[in-house]
Design a protein around this ligand. Structure first.
Ligand SMILES: *Cc1c(COP(=O)(O)O)cnc(C)c1O
Length: 400
């Protein structure tokens, strides 16, 4: 079959909820992927940061295959020998006290919402049915109905009403607005340390610290959605470390499996998860031995291969070089570690055409929010390799 045949099949049978670039990939290794015609591309999206460890990392692959031969799923009706060690290792690494394992990122967000609401009623003493959660405009926390219900993106909500009540939106990066929005019924503040899908938006210095203080003073749980920013992407294990704070609940997903499998978790260093009793919440696949074995290997690779330090180092280098590009289209280059956004001017005609031109030159990336080119390769990338991509980015930004 040829590229066009694969595309036709997708278009004929698939729901059209995506508009992918027309490359049909069939192989990946490290930062590289190949299409069905044998063309090689540098993957500068890394599956929205799920593939921080690089494609088909051999150590994660071995862990997955070994475990798949032994035991994959028993449900939480029984115990398995991977779950305890996974809890131990992720808690040690992230300085957490407890863990709730789930599958997708959206499920981790949903689980955190359930946990803080229950905590609000049982511990904080909020009157039944009155719990409020504050979130930010321009957020991205996933695609379930409850979550899109508090999105500010019209397209994510259109046609899906009615939505779950109990959420309040405030501008991202505005600590005063948070202070004003908190009421005695507020149980949680849910925020991304850097907005990823929102366009790689970095809040003002001191914002997370101010949010931490406000949450402390008002007995509100700070829930950081680190599903994209976490696990090394920004040059720290968690983006919260850039401001020296600790969330009450931290949400992880994406790179928790290195791209092999959907695995997410709610991490807590407070007693919030203690509100769950048997039967209150669950998941057939959450915490299964295959997922746990994969996650253990994926975390080990992050640490053993110094991927977090590499993200900081190569990220700084890349940002300097990207900022030096003299292009009439660029409005701003911003980022932390290897989470980089190149915002184009509105007159540039949208980031999509640059993504298409980059794909033709062997670099895969994805526009976000119309005008932002996102550069987020696997954290295994070396300086010489990112130079190769930057050269091509420069070509399209100065040539189109
Ligand atoms: C990707 C993402 C999610 C949703 O994860 P899914 O696995 O797609 O459900 C939630 N929050 C953030 C910040 C994300 O980037």
């Amino acid at each position: 079959m040829k590229t066009q045949d694969f595309i036709q099949l997708e278009n004929r049978y698939g729901a059209r909820n995506y508009n992918p670039l027309d490359v049909v990939l069939n192989r990946g290794e490290g930062i590289w992927v190949w299409d069905v015609d044998g063309n090689r591309y540098m993957d500068c999206l890394a599956a929205y940061s799920a593939v921080n460890q690089g494609h088909c990392h051999p150590k994660i692959l071995n862990a997955m295959v070994d475990q798949a031969r032994k035991l994959t799923l028993v449900s939480r009706a029984f115990r398995n020998d991977q779950l305890g060690p996974f809890y131990d290792e992720i808690c040690q690494l992230t300085h957490s006290h407890s863990v709730l394992p789930m599958n997708s990122g959206a499920e981790a967000v949903e689980s955190a919402i359930k946990a803080v609401r229950k905590w609000g009623y049982e511990v904080k003493g909020v009157p039944d049915g009155q719990a409020e959660i504050i979130a930010c405009t321009n957020n991205f926390h996933g695609r379930t109905l409850t979550i899109v219900g508090f999105s500010s993106e019209e397209q994510y909500r259109a046609g899906y009403a009615p939505f779950t009540p109990g959420f309040k939106l405030i501008p991202f990066g505005d600590a005063d607005a948070l202070g004003k929005a908190i009421t005695p019924n507020t149980v949680g503040f849910l925020v991304e340390p850097i907005q990823g899908e929102g366009g790689v938006i970095i809040p003002p210095d001191g914002y997370l610290k101010a949010a931490r203080d406000l949450c402390d003073r008002n007995n509100v749980m700070l829930i950081l959605d680190e599903i994209q920013t976490g696990l090394g992407r920004t040059g720290k294990l968690f983006a919260e470390e850039h401001e020296g704070i600790e969330a009450d609940l931290t949400l992880v997903g994406k790179a928790l499996s290195g791209g092999f499998y959907p695995i997410s978790a709610v991490l807590s260093n407070r007693e919030v998860l203690g509100v769950f009793r048997p039967g209150d919440h669950g998941s057939t696949f959450g915490g299964n031995p295959l997922a746990c074995a994969v996650a253990r290997a994926a975390l080990k690779v992050l640490v053993e291969e110094n991927l977090i330090e590499n993200a900081a180092h190569v990220g700084d280098y890349a940002m300097k070089k990207l900022r030096a590009i003299d292009s009439p289209h660029i409005r701003e280059v911003r980022g932390r570690g290897l989470m980089i956004g190149i915002e184009l001017k509105p007159e540039a005609g949208g980031a999509r055409r640059f993504c298409e031109a980059l794909a033709q030159r062997g670099v895969l990336c994805k526009e976000t929010h119309e005008n932002v080119l996102r550069i987020a390769p696997p954290l295994t990338i070396k300086k010489e390799e990112i130079d190769w991509a930057i050269e091509r980015i420069q070509q399209v930004l100065t040539g189109l």
